[in-house]
Design a protein. Structure first.
Length: 449
């Protein structure tokens, strides 16, 4: 089931791609505009060098062949959000080509990466007409075009996890003010390619793929054929609907933009990337799967854990194991920084037998909500009951004792369950099991069972 993506990422710059207008998603409509982003005749665009630098770093991190010189083209089409009647983008001499992201079990090939401007924002008015906000017009985007190498939504999810981590480490994308959207190309054997346009957000991209694959399979099963078309994803219904017949690239009439010269692509150095940090954690004794999960979750969380691991090398792997609970609860970095010392202490208590698996997990989760892991630990700390107390509990289940003494060894699990229940699981099961066996051997036999 070939699936390909055309991913549009808003670059983390202060100003637009071809003019000095500020980028501010909270600004009043049509206040951050000038003659360039409004498309006035004769207005000359000037490339934002910061945008080129960030895009080049992305291309390098995605293992692309980077062209030394690039040029811009005009993608000609007519739509209300495009005042010039063309979009400045790249068609030939693009920034990067032939890259990939390694998912571990396979590589997803990247056909190309190029820079382009975002059109204006269309706002549909309740009375039936549209409004245009040109604050977005000219916002710098990088477009990443993959080959149709995905087979399902799970692979797309794994791809985005790595891509978002790369953008995070490069500071190339600000999730608080920027957007990521994708055009999703889906086809099944024997059918034409269907493009689902402008799907925003990872969850919606997954839903669009799942729905579109199901829709196409049902059409073929009923004897129909899949025609080439463009569709839109409706977030509320989680369905796609027809938009228009699918255009071919030739329909746009790309022409060289003679207002913009050839640009030399700068040499760039990458900062520490997630794969570098993953290797550091492995060298500290962290298992690969845990190291990868931490490195690719968030740059801030990963660097914080790296410092924790360096200071506690002897228990680095156990710390990594339980650090995942912060991710499960989506704890922000300030919370983790505040609780890191208590977190380390809780893991040490666990390793010394004072917390079981359930206890440490609940202690961390509840500690995140309450602001103190160690206070939560007191509720789940392991207790070691006296012989008399264990005897009192198991005596209440004489049948299980009798069955155990008469060869039904699994009956001891019922006795273990009784003790676990009495102490709300705040006991060490192995210790209790050994203690029950010891007490039965000491105080019971077949004759008095």
């Amino acid at each position: 089931m070939p699936i390909g993506l055309e991913i549009h990422i808003q670059l983390n710059t202060e100003t637009k791609l071809f003019c000095p207008c500020k980028i501010d998603p909270n600004a009043e409509p049509n206040t951050n505009v000038c003659e360039i982003c409004l498309g006035y005749p004769g207005a000359k665009p000037r490339l934002n060098k910061k945008a080129l630098e960030l895009a080049t770093k992305i291309a390098k991190a995605l293992n692309c062949k980077i062209n030394k010189k690039i040029l811009f083209s005009r993608k000609v089409y007519f739509y209300p959000d495009l005042p010039k009647n063309y979009q400045i983008t790249q068609y030939s001499n693009v920034l990067g080509e032939n890259g990939y992201i390694d998912l571990g079990n396979k590589k997803i090939r990247i056909r190309e990466i190029h820079i382009e401007e975002d059109p204006a924002k269309i706002v549909e008015h309740k009375e039936g007409y549209i409004l245009l906000d040109f604050n977005r017009s000219g916002t710098p985007l990088v477009e990443i075009v993959t080959e149709p190498d995905f087979e399902n939504a799970d692979e797309v999810k794994a791809f985005f996890k790595k891509l978002l981590a790369i953008l995070d480490y490069l500071d190339a994308f600000d999730p608080e003010k920027g957007i990521i959207k994708a055009d999703v190309n889906v086809s099944i054997p024997g059918g034409e390619r269907v493009e689902v346009k402008n799907v925003t957000g990872l969850k919606n991209i997954e839903q669009a793929i799942i729905y579109e694959l199901t829709r196409q399979k049902e059409i073929v099963k009923a004897g129909g054929k899949i025609k080439r078309e463009t569709r839109h994803f409706i977030e509320k219904s989680k369905k796609t609907i027809p938009a228009r017949a699918k255009e071919y690239e030739e329909d746009y009439g790309y022409i060289f933009d003679n207002d913009l010269p050839y640009y030399e692509v700068p040499d760039v150095e990458l900062p520490i990337m997630p794969w570098d940090l993953e290797k550091e954690l492995i060298n500290l004794g962290v298992q690969k799967n845990l190291a990868e999960a931490i490195a690719y979750y968030s740059k801030k969380h990963a660097f914080l854990f790296l410092n924790i691991a360096k200071e506690n090398k002897e228990i680095a792997n156990e710390l990594a194991k339980w650090y995942q609970v912060f991710f499960e609860t989506e704890a922000d970095i300030k919370t983790v920084e505040k609780l890191k010392d208590e977190f380390i202490e809780a893991v040490k208590l666990y390793l010394n037998g004072y917390l079981n698996n359930q206890g440490i997990r609940k202690s961390i989760k509840e500690g995140i909500k309450e602001g103190s892991i160690l206070k939560a630990v007191e509720r789940y700390k392991i207790v070691y009951p006296s012989d008399e107390e264990i005897l009192r509990i198991i005596k209440q289940n004489g049948k299980a004792i009798y069955d155990y003494l008469n060869g039904k060894k699994q009956a001891i699990n019922a006795l273990l369950g009784s003790v676990m229940k009495a102490y709300h699981s705040r006991v060490d099961p192995k210790w209790v099991l050994n203690k029950i066996q010891e007490l039965i051997n000491k105080y019971y036999n077949k004759s008095n069972g």
